[in-house]
Design a protein around this ligand. Structure first.
Ligand code: NI
Length: 168
């Protein structure tokens, strides 16, 4: 098990579109383990493979307070968005220290493969639904900052560049 380096916005690699996983095998399961370890270590509630510079459709999520309810989505596909539009303050491990409000739908029905390679469907609402939409966005090369105003995007890019210079 290894902790993986997380790409920081506005790294252009965060814009890459992830390809589907052809086969859920040991390689994929090892990557899922590393992604989960990386997410827990960084105190995040979700991580997409894109964020660790692997451009395959893999997401790990744990929105539980106890940090023991790992959910793995391979080749996730949104079947339906339900409910109202809700505004939630979001953050992202690729944009550390930045939080802002994004509008998304309150419910989602998703189909994906699990770590065992079996297909499953899940209906979610609340924080889990928001998180699923946020992480699937990553697989499409989209970061939550992309939904904010140009002014905010410019400001956040400046902050991130400064932060990465300091830690370099
Ligand atoms: Ni994110």
């Amino acid at each position: 098990m290894a902790l993986l380096p997380i790409l920081h916005y506005p790294d252009v690699r965060l814009k890459k579109v992830a390809r589907p996983v052809a086969r859920v095998d040991e390689r994929v399961r090892a990557l899922v383990k590393d992604m989960a370890a990386t997410m827990y270590d960084a105190d995040g509630i979700g991580l997409a493979a894109t964020q660790v510079d692997v451009h395959e459709q893999i997401i790990v999520i744990d929105v539980s307070a106890t940090r023991d309810e790992l959910k793995v989505f391979i080749n996730p596909e949104i079947l339906e968005l339900t409910g109202e539009t809700v505004a939630t303050e979001e953050g992202c491990l690729s944009v550390p220290g930045i939080y802002d409000v994004v509008e998304r739908r309150e419910g989602v029905r998703v189909r994906a493969l699990g770590e065992d390679g079996e297909s499953f469907e899940l209906s979610a609402d609340g924080l889990l639904a928001v998180c699923i939409q946020h992480e699937i966005d990553h697989l499409k090369g989209r970061v939550f900052v992309d939904y904010l105003s140009q002014l905010k995007q410019t400001r956040i890019k400046g902050k991130m560049r400064k932060l990465d210079r300091q830690s370099a």
